[in-house]
Design a protein around this ligand. Sequence first.
Ligand code: PLP
Length: 387
Amino acid sequence: MISTAILEQIQKEETPLYYYDLPLLRTTVSTAKTAADQWGYQIHYAVKANNNPRILQEISALGLGADCVSGLEIETAIAHGFDAESIVFAGVGKTEKEIRLALSQGILAFNVESLEELQVISTLAQTMNVSASVALRINPNIDANTHHYITTGLDENKFGIMMHELEDCLSLIHAKESALTLVGLHFHVGSQITDWSVFKRLCLKVNEWNTWFIERGITVPILNVGGGVGINYQNPDEEAVVDFADFFALFHRFLEPKPGQQVHFELGRSLVANCGSLLSRVLYIKRGLNKNFAILDAGMTELLRPALYQAYHHIQCLRPSDSPSEETETYDVVGPICESSDCFGKNVILPTLVRGDLIAIRSAGAYGEVMSSRYNLRQPLQFYFEE
Ligand SMILES: Cc1ncc(COP(=O)(O)O)c(C=O)c1O
């Protein structure tokens, strides 16, 4: 929630603008870390959710590791305070250049997604005369009950090592023991998971896989169970911070690491989504035959999620709290981009809008700024950080 004092300052700023509430970010990350610490769990922040330098600095300062999906994410994370030894590197399509970079930085682990990738990592590690620490990403075939574009843990998804390749992966690791060190098993079932029974099912699957490896004489040091914790997009003020204590307690209850095995998480959205809002001004009101359009100066180029996944974001009009209570109207809230999918919300009830009104599109801190584009040659984004 933006305070009246901050609102006065923001009124002078150009829009579209990403507003970041850094105190809320600190509270969220500290709450998550304290809850994880209670069970000795470690969190890697999924940099893909938001790589804004200010956000990275805040999160690294609070002692989290990083989960990266490209060479540039690794370099950016290190430049903004994350230790290389706390970085995991995921992604189905790592290039040789990226693998070499990660090897030279001495990262904690590659989350390996295929047999062929493992072969390439082993060859490159051999030529560089180093040992690559690898975690095998196993596809647990669990339905995350979320949007199909952010479901990753089903057999039909491209992620993770296929079961029939696992034995070959182990043989390769055995054969190349100077170049490959198996440090973990990695799982991730999807994003924006609000049905926590999914995580219980994940724990049970991880236990089964852990046993499968132990039966083959291998106790890996790390069980990495990924991220995916959903947030409340409907009520960002009532539930600004996820109940992390409950989340980690669930893992404590159902996951059965063996003595000495560490448990790692890769949280993105749940750490950063609610600290960000996209602020935009109403350019025009268009009165159609059956509906009203509020046309904003922000569009899918600034926040792609609604166009990409039909994602819901809470939309509100920001006016000083002493404004007289107003009539409301229903609007389709749209952007200026030449695409019909450029719509932030349909049939949104808002106070009767006029040109120049300031609109907040809430919970835009995750997968917002990072997915912005220059399509239509849009102006670079503006930022406001509440300290
Ligand atoms: C492998 C992996 N780990 C972690 C995350 C972070 O997920 P979330 O932002 O939902 O916590 C993702 C997101 O897609 C991912 O693919």
